[in-house]
Design a binder for this molecule. Structure first.
Ligand SMILES: Nc1ncnc2c1ncn2[C@@H]1O[C@H](COP(=O)(O)OP(=O)(O)OP(=O)(O)O)[C@@H](O)[C@H]1O
Ligand SMILES: [Mg+2]
Length: 276
């Protein structure tokens, strides 16, 4: 058996629209080793989100996985019955969506959503779960967390909502975390803070992470390896091992290696964006 925790092998995911077939993902293969952080970059429309949805089994018509296998710990996800797939989504893997409102329920208070997520996985008291929820919100930089917990998603700014979604995903302690451009809505200082926080969580838990970002420096800073997806059709264009030491310190951004990796990614991305 392979050492990879997650394997995507020859994935093709197409949309059968009235205007024709959109090959959102067309023969994408990669492996994510246990405890690895794999960065995923690529121009808009190159299939990054659809790759994440395919792993989660969240592809709806007119979209369909037309070929390929997705394996988690050697188990074929593509062949799992719907009930087992729901269990996998609830327990083994969590996805933080590009749009935080897709990760949160708009009609439930934040405390309800977070406490229910904990109670669905663990046998702890409601008050212990509430305390964990408060700590998790504080850790992602939300002030007056006890008070904010009683709010609804629409009462938060976009960036704060994304941080709540991240806190909610992390309290369930998933084995694999799929993060789809999670820090895109954050200001630069908060984004920096969240990068550090994610590294700290990764070092403490060894969670396997697939991290989508539009920022080459961010991909290099966080990842052990970065894949570049290219559009027309969605395929892996570059598989770049990141040779930087762990634990990763912000000072690494000043090094020649960091600049070289970032330049390699930018070159691969620029090669993609030729006008039609
Ligand atoms: N429901 C849909 N129907 C038809 N085509 C779709 C649908 N959803 C996505 N696509 C197409 O699939 C392709 C890949 O989309 P995807 O959302 O994965 O891109 P992305 O790499 O995540 O882009 P971005 O960086 O903008 O988030 C795009 O060409 C998109 O237009
Ligand atoms: Mg996307």
């Amino acid at each position: 058996m392979s050492a990879a925790l997650l394997e995507v092998d020859g994935l093709r995911m197409h949309f059968f629209t009235r205007a024709g077939v959109v090959k959102a993902v067309d023969d994408v293969s990669f492996e994510v080793a246990r405890g690895e952080v794999l960065g995923l970059v690529g121009e808009s429309g190159s299939g990054k989100s659809i790759t994440g949805y395919s792993i989660m089994g969240l592809v709806d018509p007119p979209g369909r996985v037309v070929a390929g296998n997705i394996l988690f710990d050697g188990v074929h996800l593509t062949a799992l019955p719907a009930e087992d797939m729901r269990h996998f989504r609830g327990n083994r893997v969590a996805m933080i969506f590009q749009d935080p409102m897709m990760s949160l329920n708009p009609v439930l208070r934040i405390d309800t959503q977070m406490v229910e997520a904990i109670l669905a996985h663990e046998n702890v008291s409601r008050s212990a779960a509430l305390e964990r929820a408060r700590e998790a919100l504080t850790r992602v930089g939300i002030p007056s967390a006890a008070e904010r917990l009683r709010g609804y998603p629409h009462q938060f700014s976009g960036g704060m909502r994304q941080r709540v979604a991240i806190a909610r995903a992390l309290i369930t302690r998933p084995q694999v975390l799929l993060m789809d451009e999670p820090f895109g809505a954050l200001d630069e200082i908060t984004r920096e803070h969240m990068n550090q926080e994610l590294l700290r969580i990764w070092e403490a838990t060894g969670t396997t992470i697939l991290f989508v970002t539009h920022s080459s420096p961010e991909a290099v800073f966080l990842s052990d390896r970065v894949l570049v997806l290219g559009a027309r059709p969605g395929r892996v264009k570059l598989d770049l091992p990141v040779r930087l030491p762990r634990p990763r310190d912000p000072a690494v951004k000043e090094t020649v290696e960091f600049a070289r990796h970032t330049a390699d990614l930018r070159r691969a991305l620029a090669g993609e964006s030729r006008p039609e």
